[in-house]
Design a binder for this molecule. Structure first.
Ligand SMILES: [Zn+2]
Length: 252
């Protein structure tokens, strides 16, 4: 197909000024439609629903070097050491978001809220992430969705398994945790309190790991995947999904 160069395009627009309106109209319809698709359905934020504080994944650079990234579907260079199945932690793919206070203050004690109406599918103190884990089951576009809230203070749990919850209900509070990464000089507070938050289409992460031994529970599947990336994990009901595509901003 023959494409127009800039001169030809300018000539065409001079001759047919209405064409630019048509092009804009077509583009805006596409934009509006895709924006609507991305916003539906909207989950609420797991942090910041009731305290007015802004929370976000932590992305830290030192000059041009990426030091830390706690977003979904990334490898975090700040993680040190090897997993019990012989893979460097920094090679694991993060299956969720680690959410911190955006103002840099400690996230310890922050209120953790249900992102949508649902049922408590898991709230059992026998997992140690460290801290407790709560998993909610929701009806969502495309089928069931599970929201996972990890590193909750042991004494903060507000829900029990089987209980119905509504969006915004308090589940617990974030555990106080110390920093254990590779760059303590770039984390002068020594605090690493955060919420690990996941959205996924299945309840039991252990069942999807065919390639990694369990290592007494310290497997990928506890917040990370390897070697596949989170969205590639096939279960009968689907894999992990990107929280950024489903969760509204606080107040949204
Ligand atoms: Zn995490």
């Amino acid at each position: 197909m023959k494409t127009m160069n800039r001169t030809q395009m300018t000539q065409m627009l001079r001759r047919f000024p209405g064409s630019i309106v048509l092009i804009c109209a077509v583009i805006s319809v596409i934009c509006v439609q895709s924006a609507a698709a991305a916003q539906s359905p909207q989950f609420g934020p797991p942090l910041g629903a009731n305290d007015g504080v802004e929370y976000a994944p932590r992305v830290l650079r030192d000059g041009g070097r990426l030091v830390e990234d706690t977003s979904y579907d990334v490898q975090n260079p700040d993680l040190k050491g090897n997993t019990c199945f012989g893979v460097a932690w920094e090679k694991l793919w993060h299956a969720g978001q680690d959410l911190y206070r955006a103002d840099g203050k400690s996230t310890a004690g922050a209120e953790v809220s249900a992102v949508a109406d649902g049922t408590v599918a898991y709230a059992n103190p026998d997992l140690n992430y460290p801290g407790l884990v709560v998993i909610l089951e929701h009806e969502a576009e495309g089928g069931k969705m599970f929201s996972v809230y990890a590193h909750l203070d042991d004494n903060s749990l507000q829900v029990r398994e089987g209980q119905a919850v509504e969006r915004g209900d308090k589940l617990g509070a974030v555990l106080k945790m110390a920093y254990t990464g590779r760059f303590p000089e770039l984390h002068p507070s020594g605090d690493d309190s955060h919420l690990h938050f996941e959205l996924r289409r299945f309840l039991n992460a252990r069942e999807i790991y065919k390639n990694a031994p369990d290592c007494n529970g310290l497997v990928a599947g506890r917040g990370y995947t390897h070697p596949q990336r989170p969205g590639e994990f096939p279960s009968e009901t689907g894999g992990y999904v990107d929280p950024a595509e489903w969760v509204a901003e606080p107040g949204g």
